[in-house]
Unconditional design. Structure first.
Length: 144
């Protein structure tokens, strides 16, 4: 399992397998956040199977499915709530890590400057520049 750290308590990765849950636990993660809808792709492990593995390992587990490019406010808020409430550090995943990184970026609106969010994402190999207007809009709402 290869993960990319966006902050001291949060990392993203690509699709986790049931066996990779144990590796995540061994790497010190306390939470897994799954951002893939079930049956998005043939052969993909289901959320129930991954949740069972995570719970058996003593980890928190959240399933916040997002269709690529369709980040609703409810999903962003649920992701933020999960990050706030979960056992740290957290590991979020989707097919490539991009949706998980995008959700993290949107949750950081108003907490970190957009340039810092973009810098951290770029360091991990994610170009989130198309999200900047939405991040700025969310930050403005939070401040008002």
């Amino acid at each position: 399992m290869h993960h990319k750290s966006l902050g001291p308590d949060f990392s993203v990765t690509s699709q986790l397998t049931p066996d990779a849950v144990a590796a995540a636990k061994a790497a010190g993660f306390g939470t897994i956040i799954n951002n893939r809808p079930d049956r998005e792709e043939p052969g993909q492990p289901g959320s129930a199977e991954l949740e069972a593995k995570a719970k058996a390992a003593g980890m928190d587990y959240y399933h916040i499915p997002v269709v690529p490019g369709q980040f609703g406010d409810a999903q962003i808020d649920a992701f933020g709530d999960a990050i706030a409430a979960c056992s740290k550090p957290a590991l979020a995943f989707c097919k490539s890590g991009m949706r998980a990184a995008s959700l993290w970026a949107l949750v950081q609106a108003g907490k970190l400057p957009p340039a810092e969010i973009m810098r951290r994402a770029a360091t991990c190999g994610y170009d989130l520049a198309p999200l900047v207007p939405r991040i700025e809009a969310r930050a403005k709402l939070i401040r008002s």
